[in-house]
Design a protein around this ligand. Structure first.
Ligand SMILES: *Cc1c(COP(=O)(O)O)cnc(C)c1O
Length: 394
């Protein structure tokens, strides 16, 4: 097995020699000619039943070779048999919930989660009933009709680490989905710890350049087959151009994550010593709960930092308004540094009590550190923090 960095460059390119190409071909066909009806019918049956491929792709909602190459590449990086790509991270989660709703109605969920994931689960929209529990309550709350456990690690926005192996053990026969968006397969591969589905908002680090909305679920072949039948029926597929851009970003994923993480370590440390800052959430800082998972479950602390400024909402808004190098915007995992206000933006859909219980205070800001020079980022943040105090002196 080649090293991860080598796989990132070469994965999903197995058919290049046969095709005699050097870059992935972009196939935008919506339909494919069927010159032999029997082959067409057999292919149609196979794809509707969730086959990964068939002799004839038939129709782009059933199969697309550009998307399939990207899926193969991401499965290789995540260390799973298969990967199924969707139109967004939310479409990916929806597909898993719809598939699970055929097996039971009860889903156990550990908060905090990405705001819209929390909202989708709580809404009951996908025919499931979510119960929100702490990680150590899973074994006790499991029911006969529990069909799924959902966790996110590190979690959004407060960077809690959840012990995947412990959750899998507590879940027993119930399969576990891990949203690993914040970690990327560079830092964490949840399938190794027993996760049945690894979900990524590929909009974030996997895409990495702020120009693709995409979601992927990495899993074994039989679960992938089930997800492809949902995708074929509901149509939440990834557009081939988006898949192509996603594939294009993968070779630099390890470089991007390592550089962004190095910048984040520097910034987290300095934030911890800054007088305008009340609290810093970063898995790499001493005192973080479940820090023992660093170096075992997760190889590094990652590129996301949350921090609370003194002065609440007004001070947080002033920091966002004052940054010049960083981009004040939601989303994360881009080459450029993004700063946003969870209570006012990404976690706005949660009710106030849930927000408070998840540590999402009015003064909390979330930083997705990019690959710019670390000193430029720190200087920008330091001047914004100074501006936010209103005194010009901190
Ligand atoms: C952004 C995000 C999602 C949702 O993904 P979209 O691609 O925006 O639909 C899910 N989980 C996490 C952790 C995210 O950050």
């Amino acid at each position: 097995m080649p090293h991860f960095d080598t796989m990132a460059v070469h994965a999903g390119r197995d058919d290049f020699a046969t095709l005699c190409v050097h870059a992935p071909p972009l196939d935008l066909s919506t339909t494919y000619p069927i010159h032999d009806l029997d082959t067409g019918t057999a292919s149609f049956d196979a794809l509707v039943a969730g086959a990964a491929q068939a002799a004839n792709p038939i129709y782009a909602r059933l199969h697309n070779p550009t998307v399939a190459r990207t899926e193969a590449a991401i499965a290789a990086l995540e260390g799973t048999e298969a990967c199924v790509a969707f139109a967004s991270g939310m479409a990916a989660l929806t597909a898993v919930l719809l598939e699970r709703s055929q097996h039971g109605k009860h889903v156990l969920v550990v908060r905090p989660l990405y705001g819209t994931s929390d909202h989708l689960l709580a809404s009951g929209l996908c025919g499931i009933e979510a119960e929100f529990v702490a990680a150590d309550e899973i074994a006790a709350r499991r029911r006969a009709d529990t069909c799924l456990v959902v966790i996110e690690t590190p979690s959004n926005p407060t960077l809690n680490l959840v012990d995947i192996g412990a959750v899998v053990a507590a879940a027993g026969p119930v399969p576990v989905l891990v949203d690993s968006t914040f970690a990327t397969p560079v830092l964490q591969r949840p399938a190794r710890h027993g996760a049945s589905w690894v979900l990524h908002s590929a909009t974030k680090f996997l895409g990495g350049h702020g120009d693709v909305i995409a979601g992927v679920v990495c899993c074994d072949q039989s679960r992938a087959t089930a997800l492809r039948t949902v995708r074929a029926a509901t149509g939440a597929l990834l557009h081939p151009l988006a898949a192509w851009l996603l594939h294009r970003g993968l070779p630099t994923l390890p470089l991007r994550v390592e550089r962004a993480q190095a910048n984040a370590q520097l910034i987290a440390q300095r934030l911890g010593a800054h007088p305008a800052v009340a609290r810093v959430f970063y898995p790499g800082l001493p005192g973080n709960a479940n820090a023992h998972l660093l170096g075992t479950q997760m190889s590094g602390p990652g590129a996301l930092i949350a921090f609370e400024v003194h002065g609440g909402h007004a001070a947080a808004a002033a920091v966002m308004a004052a940054v010049k190098v960083m981009t004040p915007a939601v989303s994360l995992g881009s080459v450029d540094t993004l700063i946003q206000h969870p209570a006012g933006l990404t976690h706005r859909v949660l009710d106030a009590a849930t927000r408070a219980a998840s540590g999402i205070t009015p003064g909390l800001l979330r930083l997705s550190v990019g690959i710019e020079h670390g000193e430029d980022l720190w200087n920008d943040l330091a001047q914004a923090l100074t501006a936010s105090t209103g005194t010009g002196v901190v």
